[in-house]
Design a protein around this ligand. Sequence first.
Ligand SMILES: Nc1ncnc2c1ncn2[C@@H]1O[C@H](COP(=O)(O)OP(=O)(O)OP(=O)(O)O)[C@@H](O)[C@H]1O
Ligand SMILES: [Mg+2]
Length: 360
Amino acid sequence: MSFFSSKSGNLIGVDIGSTSIKLVQLSKSRSGFELVSMAEAPLPRDAIVENTIIDTASISDALTEALRRARPSTKNAALAVSGNAVIIKTIKMPLMTEFELEAQIEYEADQYVPYDIDDVFLDFYIQGISADDPEQMDVVLVACKREVVEDYQQVLNEAGLHVKCMDCDVFALENAAEITDEHTAVTGSEYSLPDEDAEVNALINIGANMININVLIDGRSAFVRDQFFGGQNLTEEIQKEHHISYQAAEQLKIENFEDIYPDALERFYIDLTSELVRSLDFYGDRGSEFPVRKLCLSGGCALLPDIATELEQRLGIDTSVLNPFDNITIPSDKFDVDRLKKIGPMMMVPVGLALRNFDK
Ligand SMILES: Nc1ncnc2c1ncn2[C@@H]1O[C@H](COP(=O)(O)OP(=O)(O)OP(=O)(O)O)[C@@H](O)[C@H]1O
Ligand SMILES: [Mg+2]
């Protein structure tokens, strides 16, 4: 098993989020991608806190239930880890082969990873020759606490799955974005510098407790970040404003959105906007002279009516919602096509994981 290893035959994408487990399996033919299996199973609140497994039994039960419903034709899985346990850094290295880098990576990583190197699971991929220095290459280094990876692996193993590929939400998001209409094809040679016409899109996946951001300049990842904020903040605002339980607030949000008191929604949007401004500033502070031109939203929060218009007005940046199912055939004899198209934005991460199986 390794981070980013792929094309290992058949794979099922397993997204263990804080509110649900989502499974997606795809096939590819000459006419494009097709959905083979899919299922969602809800998780009790607090089964996962800040991306750490707290209640293993609940997660195992939900995974078993999701597998029973999805009936995937493979036991091989791609899984994502995210949040504080994961460190993602882009570093510059002299040009060398992947094999040579493999021998040096632990030594290099030691400078960037704040944990004992023996306690982390380490991987890398060579992004290409550095745009500003053709003598060097950009290498994306990923380190995840070993105990966190092992906890997730164990849950999958107990459900009869084999983890063939570890990924991160931000990269799965990028992978899924490549099959959407908003995708900017990587152009030019690997080390051409972007110019003032560069397309700069921020992929923003807003889940229940986490926002995953990946800023792409001309289709290449330039900045990634996970932030703890999401749909549960809106549920809590509704809970406070309406004086109801968390569950009732969640139900109101999803089933009777128009009945939410405007103050609750306004407070959520103020906080969400400042969280996003913080990340975009952080991206700018890293020395990028290319401001973000477009926000591409996904995750469960992207299902909020009018979220794109709200953020566009508040941030002054073009905003759209990504739906991976726009470009995946969904057989109508097996699936409820209308429902899946509606929840598509929430399925970006598991679709991106399932796509690890294919050359694109
Ligand atoms: N129709 C809807 N309208 C508004 N919000 C919705 C809707 N459907 C789901 N959500 C919200 O989306 C969030 C769940 O999104 P998602 O499935 O992307 O999160 P997750 O992957 O489980 O969590 P995370 O990645 O943050 O740990 C919840 O806060 C939920 O209330
Ligand atoms: Mg998620």
